[in-house]
Design a protein around this ligand. Structure first.
Ligand code: ISJ
Ligand code: GLN
Length: 786
């Protein structure tokens, strides 16, 4: 996307953007916003108002943009009320409203006026093509800037419009084409002969499309001309649209009142090098006790390591999405005593809170809890991202439910299909941590912090223990704990996985999705204690988001390389910076791929670049929803990063949180789950398809559980950092182990997968899934188990 000159806007105008449940809609919004900064842009889902309401509202808009979307323009469930837009003007007193259609929008325009919509031979998703203009020039070709070289544009489509011969038999004029070896000449832009309808098949809003701004600007010139010539009074702006569903999420916090008497952060800072792992014995933490949370940065770009120190005042906050029509209950357990902290047998005191509006209510509860506990920020050190707060995970299903998808959970407890998750494991599982030790691995600084009242004694005691331990000779080279005798691994069935890739590609060919991140689960049974497994994993697969979480019955061992989202602590007069780092494109290290340069050659292929681009565009959309206008940008587009076993193609997307509209960091997290890199695009339709594919049997949808979810922290001081839960082993407390097998050890679930596109091969995807699985499995159990 290039930013051209903004068009002249003599008066504030009003724009309607119709969304077909796409994941790029808010990129179009951002493009429009960059050209019309003070304009009302109303975004509505294509099924959120009735045709009669639409007819009432249409005259009040200067123009309409009909956005892209999954599915087929001839299917009512995919296209909603959009055909009404093309028919508007046919009745007495109606004057057609200028419309720009994008992708599905163009297909709908062509279908409405007599064109056909067919499948491409080879779908084009995230691929760049150069436009070609037909030789004949007409006034309508003013949609493109004449005498300039045609732009390179990004395509996300499986279907394409075909105009009949002779073209004059329908009222549409082709304005642009493109050619590719697989599909030949494909129509890329059209205009109506006499009505103000224009459309493009490509995505002008993509980060890698050229000429997006001048396209909109040219369209606005044409639209304005029409509005003047027909005397449409585009000046009336009393639009009140009540849509059934809002596209833009409302801020979670209803008010931003500060807490009545903020708590203090008690902190000691030590300048010393310490491995966070060694804090465990120094502080006498029992890693088999009910609660331990260690988040480690073991590779770049990670920097901070955080150890939550269990205390009797710590809270364990859990929530499981209930079956439909059951109450939504958050449970808050307080250990209350030192014994309860240390031993599972001593029950916690449990308080329950019922929330009204489902998962949204849970997010609001957490946001308000954190607001109420905001400490006096003049205390402590500004540079430390965590001073106490929430640490834990949210499952993939929390994100799925947030998209409005019914999980179909039943009252009867049964293990969900797909293997990820347990019949009663929490979907939100977090500790509210009051005591912590945070290590800055870059500067070798240690921060010992407490949010408890009068806790200087504990802080000093920990500081003294660390100083004393530092004076002891370091232990001889760290040893990798031994693995117990019995190890049993069940990896996904190769034929089934490859068949699933083919089915996924059928969905892509039909235009239902642009990319599908298919995954499968492996089970590992071992009697080796969780803590030993984690020590093995962290040594063999050091990752920027390594973690050991023991949260009640669920234990998570992570070596994730991928940031889901982070946000910085807002400072005086500055907005919080939100960052997402999607990974797409993976190659295993080998004798032929040893260096970043080697990996660059391998990963800079059309398939990996397209996969990455699709997710970058999706994430720009997610982030635009909560960011201040025009602040979303992509500082790094597809950079190769090195990890211990793999190279990956990583992009960085940043925005500034729109605090003026009331958004906090949690709004960004809530809005981006499930992570786009684990779903594909468009997100909602892709998730629905994947649940069917990954489930087994009729009516049982595949759940991924903690895998594909997010884990990390949100500090009461304002900052947060969450990883995508991949390269991770999860134990759900052995609930699903048959009683006769109980002695046989713990069952760990390891998910792995990858993005399926039209360019994938079933064998290649299966191999990629195994490469990712191998980075964890080899780490834990060594070679020979794959
Ligand atoms: C699905 C996984 O990874 C995701 C898919 C990737 C890919 O398709 O290249 C890369 C990183 C993750 O976003 C996994 O590790 O299991
Ligand atoms: N990006 C889009 O709008 C895609 C439209 C249609 N579903 C296709 O695949 O061709």
């Amino acid at each position: 996307m290039t930013t051209d000159h903004p068009p002249a806007t003599p008066h504030p105008i009003s724009i309607l953007l119709l969304d077909s449940y796409d994941s790029y809609t808010f990129n179009l919004h951002a493009l429009l916003r960059s050209l019309f900064p003070h304009t009302d842009i109303h975004v509505l889902h294509n099924d959120s108002i009735s045709p009669s309401e639409l007819r009432k509202f249409l005259p009040t808009f200067d123009f309409v943009v009909v956005g892209p979307g999954p599915g087929h323009p001839g299917v009512k469930g995919d296209i909603g009320i959009i055909p009404e837009v093309w028919g508007f003007g046919g009745r007495q007193g109606e004057v057609p409203v200028p419309v720009l259609g994008v992708c599905l929008g163009m297909q709908s325009l062509c279908l409405h006026f007599g064109g056909a919509v067919m499948r491409l031979h080879t779908p084009k998703h995230g691929q760049i093509s150069r436009l070609e203009y037909p030789p004949a020039t007409t006034t309508t070709s003013l949609l493109f800037t004449p005498h300039t070289s045609p732009p390179n544009v990004v395509r996300y489509h499986s279907l394409h419009a075909i105009l009949p011969h002779p073209p004059s038999s329908i009222p549409l004029t082709p304005l642009a084409y493109t050619s590719d070896p697989e599909n030949g000449r494909v129509l890329m832009a059209v205009a109506h002969h006499s009505l103000p309808f224009y459309a493009v098949q490509y995505h002008p809003e993509s980060i890698s499309s050229e000429g997006g701004a001048s396209l909109i600007s040219n369209f606005w010139d044409l639209a304005r001309g029409w509005n003047t010539d027909t005397g449409r009074d585009a000046g009336v702006k009393s639009v009140v649209i009540e849509a059934k569903t809002e596209v833009k999420p409302r801020p979670l916090l209803l008010s931003s009142s500060p807490p009545p008497a903020p708590r203090r952060v008690t902190v000691r800072k030590l300048q010393t090098h310490i491995c966070p792992l060694s804090l465990i014995p120094i502080l006498g933490i029992d890693t088999a006790a009910p609660y331990t949370a260690l988040l480690e940065s073991l590779a770049t770009p990670g920097r901070w390591s955080i150890l939550a120190v269990p205390s009797s005042r710590m809270e364990h906050i859990t929530y499981r999405i209930p079956p439909p029509s059951s109450p939504h209950v958050i449970s808050i357990a307080h250990p209350g005593t030192a014994e309860a902290v240390a031993r599972p047998a001593v029950p916690d005191t449990v308080q329950e809170v019922q929330v009204d509006d489902g998962v949204e209510g849970v997010h609001k509860y957490l946001a308000h809890l954190m607001q109420a506990r905001k400490p006096d920020l003049t205390q402590g050190y500004e540079e430390v991202p965590f001073c106490g707060g929430l640490v834990g995970y949210m499952t993939y299903e929390m994100g799925v439910a947030g998209l409005g998808i019914d999980l179909l959970r039943s009252e009867k407890a049964e293990a969900p299909a797909g293997g990820g998750g347990a019949d009663d494991a929490p979907d939100v599982n977090m500790l509210f941590v009051e005591r912590s030790v945070v290590v800055d691995t870059l500067t070798n600084t240690v921060y010992i912090q407490s949010l408890c009242e009068d806790d200087a004694g504990w802080v000093d005691d920990v500081a003294a223990k660390i100083i004393q331990a530092q004076s002891q000779p370091p232990p001889s080279s760290p040893t990798v704990p031994k693995l117990g005798r019995r190890v049993e691994v069940k990896t996904p069935n190769k034929a089934k996985y490859e068949a699933d890739v083919r089915t996924a590609q059928e969905f892509l060919a039909a235009g239902e999705s642009y990319e599908l991140c298919l995954t499968a689960q492996t089970s590992l049974r071992t009697s080796t204690p969780a803590w030993s497994l984690y020590q093995r994993l962290r040594q063999t697969n050091p990752a920027p988001y390594a973690a050991y979480l023991k949260l009640g019955e669920v234990t998570v061992l992570s070596s994730s390389p991928e940031r889901a989202v982070s946000w910085t602590r807002p400072r005086d007069g500055q907005r919080s910076v939100v960052e997402l780092r999607p990974i797409k494109g993976t190659v295993r290290k080998s004798s032929s791929v040893e260096t970043i340069e080697d990996a660059q050659i391998v990963l800079r292929n059309p398939k990996d670049l397209a996969e990455n681009l699709m997710i970058v565009d999706l994430i720009r959309h997610d982030l635009t929803l909560v960011s201040a206008p025009s602040t979303v940008h992509v500082p790094h587009l597809m950079r190769v990063e090195e990890y211990s076993h793999l190279f990956q193609l990583v992009s960085v997307v940043r925005g500034e949180l729109d605090g003026d509209s009331g958004y906090v960091g949690w709004d960004a997290l809530r809005g981006m789950v499930p992570a786009g890199s684990m779903t594909g695009a468009p997100k909602k339709r892709s998730v629905e398809i994947l649940r069917e594919l990954e489930g087994e049997g009729k009516g049982r949808k595949g759940e991924r559980g903690v895998y594909s979810g997010v884990m990390g922290y949100w500090s009461v001081c304002g900052a947060g950092d969450w990883s995508v839960v991949i390269r991770t082993a999860v134990n759900y407390g052995n609930r699903r182990v048959r009683p006769e097998d109980e002695d046989e050890g713990d069952v760990w679930w390891i998910g792995a997968g990858g993005a399926v596109t039209a360019l994938s091969t079933p064998e290649g995807e299966e191999e990629e899934m195994r490469v990712k699985l191998g980075s964890v499995l080899r780490g834990i159990v060594g070679d020979g188990c794959m």
